[in-house]
Design a protein around this ligand. Structure first.
Ligand SMILES: NC(=O)c1ccc[n+]([C@@H]2O[C@H](COP(=O)([O-])OP(=O)(O)OC[C@H]3O[C@@H](n4cnc5c(N)ncnc54)[C@H](O)[C@@H]3O)[C@@H](O)[C@H]2O)c1
Length: 435
């Protein structure tokens, strides 16, 4: 049913939010997850762009989140995927007709043309800047998966669109879910309130085994192959330092309070089978004032793993999500943040913020974490020291306009040529050069 104009965009009357927000704020301060009660029996319409494993999972988490908010109903109205079968499979879970399960490079546009309030975006990361910008221009609230770009212009586009979202009163939450996880929120609170003093150094890890990979089918287009095998191509995923390790880099930025000034690292490709990514990176991130964070990530079977963070400060130490060792700990009254799992809590926080009329906006945080990872990757691929300003300010830098091709626009135009398989950058020879 078509909604009235007054119910569109954020779906709710702001007068009603104001009536309930004082009680909601009291609940937040008391550490409860159910916060701003919206007017009873309101429906928000949700669409999904990118119907793979995480897209289906995130949409389910979003639907689950609504159950924690009194009076809120969510209705899934459309799906969009590169492949029709995936859009339809996701749509079937919500009884959508095939006509509302869009496919192809412009499927996101068809979905955004619909009367949708919230969009869940979970394609491979290379499409995120174009899809996110389009969603914000179309007036949608957004949940988008991490990472949010594969190159510096993409990261900057996310920041710009995030600023636009603020002016339009739109909510933006990213899939860097540790920011919604109780253990991390408690640790972040303690760190921000001086529990370990000034952070002087630390280490962040995402080390594990190899992910899945796909071989090219006979007669398959390069575009379909790259979409199916996206975790092996830097142009699609950003490399695993971006795709996975972004989570830990985001924690370092969050706890220290700003991104690093420089990155200098090394890495290589030892055992990967397809695509052009490295499978290990080790990067020194200089956050300034003598604070260095060692970033290390690896995707090699049979090696020791670990996904975690460690910070050493002038007054103590801590892991990212707990393990605080500080003489000051007992002086800090840490709030009892919601106990709900982070994958659902991030949607509760987004929806509640929309209902409150004070939409969360995590675009800059996730873009900065993504750009730090890209900065590390440029350094490991080239062997050069890379400055934050090279990606964000210095237009004369060779990396400021570094654009990985095929771009999202190339996919939409049908102009995709896959890079060769099993060819990786050689440090010292310049980014993206062949062996
Ligand atoms: N926050 C987390 O813990 C977490 C966990 C897993 C994945 N992720 C992220 O979620 C995203 C998706 O990962 P996944 O594991 O679901 O991958 P996936 O391959 O299972 O799904 C991606 C889907 O996007 C579709 N797609 C690709 N290009 C598209 C386009 N232009 N338009 C519409 N659809 C398109 C693909 O066909 C596929 O169905 C990635 O960014 C990944 O890093 C986050």
């Amino acid at each position: 049913m078509k909604k009235k104009e007054s119910e569109k965009t954020d779906g709710f009357s702001r007068r009603n939010f104001i009536k309930t927000s004082a009680a909601g704020m009291a609940a937040v301060l008391a550490g409860k997850s159910v916060v701003f009660a919206p007017p009873a029996n309101r429906t928000m319409r949700v669409g999904l762009i990118g119907c793979g494993g995480r897209g289906n999972g995130a949409l389910g988490n979003c639907m689950e989140a609504a159950k924690h908010i009194d009076g809120l109903e969510l209705e899934v109205v459309a799906t969009a995927d590169w492949f029709k079968s995936r859009a339809e499979n996701a749509g079937k879970r919500y009884n959508l007709p095939s006509s509302r399960c869009f496919a192809g490079g412009d499927a996101y546009k068809k979905l955004l043309d619909m009367d949708v309030d919230v969009v869940v975006i979970a394609t491979s990361p290379n499409f995120r800047p174009v899809h996110f910008e389009a969603a914000i221009k179309a007036g949608k609230h957004v949940f988008m998966e991490k990472p949010v770009a594969v190159d510096p212009p993409g990261g900057r586009k996310i920041i710009e669109a995030g600023e636009l979202a603020k002016t339009k009163g739109l909510g933006v939450v990213a899939g860097t879910q540790r920011r919604h996880e109780r253990s991390y929120r408690r640790t972040a609170y303690a760190v921000k309130h001086g529990a370990i003093g000034d952070i002087r150094g630390g280490c962040v890890w995402w080390c594990g085994g190899a992910l899945w990979y796909k071989r090219k089918n006979t007669g398959e287009s390069d575009a379909d192959y790259m979409v199916r095998n996206w975790v092996s191509f830097t142009e699609m995923s950003g490399d695993h330092i971006v795709e996975q390790h972004v989570h830990n880099l985001d924690i370092a930025n969050w706890y220290i309070g700003h991104p690093p000034k420089t990155a200098l690292g090394f890495g290589g490709r030892a055992r990967r089978k397809t695509g052009n990514q490295f499978d290990f990176h080790s990067v020194d991130l200089d956050y300034g004032d003598g604070c260095h964070i060692h970033s290390m990530c690896r995707q090699i079977n049979g090696t020791d793993g670990g996904v975690k963070e460690f910070f050493a400060g002038t007054e103590g130490t801590t892991g990212g999500g707990g393990g605080l060792k500080s003489t000051k700990e007992k002086d800090i009254d840490i709030p009892d943040f919601p106990k709900q799992g982070a994958y659902v809590q991030e949607h509760i926080d987004l929806l509640n913020s929309i209902l409150k009329g004070k939409p969360l906006n995590e675009a800059r945080n996730v873009a900065e974490a993504t750009l730090v990872a890209i900065m590390g990757r440029i350094s490991t691929y080239t062997g050069k020291l890379v400055r934050w300003s090279d990606l964000t300010e210095n237009e004369d830098s060779p990396w400021y306009n570094l654009t990985l091709k095929p771009t999202a626009e190339d996919f939409e135009k049908g102009e995709v040529e896959a890079p060769p398989d099993d060819v990786a950058p050689i440090p010292g020879a310049g980014e993206r050069r062949r062996r």
